[in-house]
Write a protein of this length. Structure first.
Length: 86
């Protein structure tokens, strides 16, 4: 296997979030802001405060911020092992 995502995983990163195809700037910027706000600030609907928050779940939920949810919002994916934030 080769590629930038594989390089990060082989170097020891537990997880890499990357895009499967090229996307527009503004839509992916909105996506990234929503993803970071949800994951870093532990803000997610339907998750009790004492339960760990999954990065993969935040990646999926951040698609709501995109205007083109099924084109731009579907491009980001998680590679690697599940990452949880408590």
């Amino acid at each position: 296997p080769e590629g930038i995502a594989a390089s990060y995983l082989f170097a020891g990163a537990p997880c890499v979030v990357g895009n499967l195809w090229d996307v527009t700037d503004r839509d992916i910027d909105r996506y990234c802001l929503t993803l970071m706000e949800d994951f870093v600030q532990c803000q997610e609907d339907n998750i009790p405060p004492n339960r760990p928050l999954s990065l993969a779940k935040c990646v999926a939920n951040a698609r709501r911020a995109c205007k083109l949810r099924f084109i731009v919002g579907s491009a980001p994916v998680c590679y690697g092992v599940p990452v949880l934030r408590s």
